[in-house]
Ligand binder design. Structure first.
Ligand code: A3P
Ligand code: MG
Ligand code: MG
Ligand code: MG
Length: 353
């Protein structure tokens, strides 16, 4: 399967949703609410999810969808729903042809809420299932840092297509990776769309407001020695174990300080060789990673010549539901160095027992 149509619709859907997130990013009122697990969600997350699902429903009405957000809070707070509806209604691709291709505007606020709830699939190992993280790195989004609009297609539990929209990453694939906990950068020279199709390699292209830009093939950097490597990790200390990660870096002889940035922008950054290693060691043993936090990034890194496993060396398993219940943590590195990185991970974790 070449997945040409799936890739095109995914790219356009992420591009349109990214437009919406950018306008929220640059406005003061982000309509932040706390979810049951105390994590934040904004009008940008809801709006982006509704727009992506609308495009998927138009083209692939029989596919299932596992998305992070749901409409319940908006039914309880109608004014918040109205604010989101306003911005969703106003967001369209400037390329009329592409906008039509995505189905144009959503019909009403009620249909927007119904679309949001279509992301409630339980996931699993059978059939075609899309997974959406409308804003990954919501905390980064709120801080003025990195975030990503993420979409992946799984077929029988295997990721076939992945797209990441990263509005705040530099367009330049070679730009050195810098720590970015939130600098509210202007959009000049920023905005990248990463994509990959299984067996077809990974690409990046500028994330424009107009027609899709020409893509370039990307690959991970060949690191002559791990001492030269750049490793990245979450900004949030609650999302991955900074202390363990520092010890692993030290074991590997890495001298550069870690690059902390939010979201799957980390996967995109190592895939294009701006960084080399992404470590996500568990903070709480009971936490299960969500499939929408990894599906697109996992495929993009592997298609760029990387290897992605959990801390036990197992491939990420997207076939067991909405979470990566069979995995703990993430270790992503160039194929040739992954074994060495994994050994350091396991030594550090063993020493803690
Ligand atoms: N205790 C935890 N351990 C690992 N990841 C967590 C976590 N609590 C929340 N997350 C996830 O971390 C993601 C952000 O990752 P990062 O820290 O790399 O930016 C969040 O995605 P959202 O921002 O989409 O909610 C959320 O799903
Ligand atoms: Mg969230
Ligand atoms: Mg996320
Ligand atoms: Mg999210």
């Amino acid at each position: 399967m070449s997945y040409t149509n799936e890739l095109r619709i995914a790219l356009l859907a992420v591009q349109r949703a990214s437009l919406l997130t950018k306008s929220v990013f640059h406005s003061k009122a982000k309509g932040t609410v706390d979810k049951n697990d105390k994590s934040p969600v904004t009008i940008g997350d809801f709006g982006a999810q509704a727009l992506i699902i609308a495009a998927l429903q138009k083209h692939f009405p029989d596919d299932e969808i596992v998305a992070e957000e749901e409409a319940a809070a908006l039914r309880e707070q109608p004014e918040l729903g109205d604010t989101i509806w306003d911005i969703v209604r106003q967001t369209a691709l400037s390329d009329d042809h592409a906008e039509k291709e995505l189905g144009g505007a959503i019909a009403s606020k009620e249909s927007m809420l119904a679309l949001l709830d279509k992301g409630n699939s339980a996931g699993g190992s059978k059939g075609r299932i899309w997974t959406i993280d409308p804003i990954d790195g919501t905390k980064g989004f709120l801080r003025g840092g990195q975030y990503a609009v993420c979409l992946g297609l799984m077929v029988d539990g295997d990721v076939k297509v992945g797209v990441l929209g990263c509005p705040n990453l530099p367009v330049d694939d070679q730009a050195p990776l810098t720590a970015d906990i939130g600098s509210n950068q202007t959009s000049d020279g920023h905005g990248v769309l990463f994509s990959a199709v299984q067996g077809q390699g990974a690409t990046s292209r500028p994330l424009t407001d107009g027609p899709l830009a020409q893509e370039k093939s990307i690959s991970m950097r060949a690191v002559p020695s791990l001492a030269e490597a750049t490793f990245c990790e979450s900004v949030e200390a609650g999302h991955s174990a900074h202390g363990d990660q520092a010890q692993i870096a030290q074991k590997l002889g890495i001298t550069k300080p870690s690059v902390r940035m939010d979201s799957q922008a980390k996967y995109g950054s190592i895939a294009r060789g701006a960084g080399d290693i992404y470590l996500r060691l568990p903070v709480k043993a009971t936490y299960q990673e969500k499939i929408w936090d990894h599906a697109a990034g996992d495929l993009i890194v592997r298609e760029a010549g990387g290897e992605v496993t959990d801390i036990h060396g197992k491939r990420l398993d997207f076939s067991v539901g909405r979470t990566l219940a069979n995995n703990k943590g993430v270790v992503a590195a160039p194929k040739a160095s992954h074994g060495e990185v994994l050994s350091a991970v396991q030594e550090v974790l063993k020493a803690k027992l």
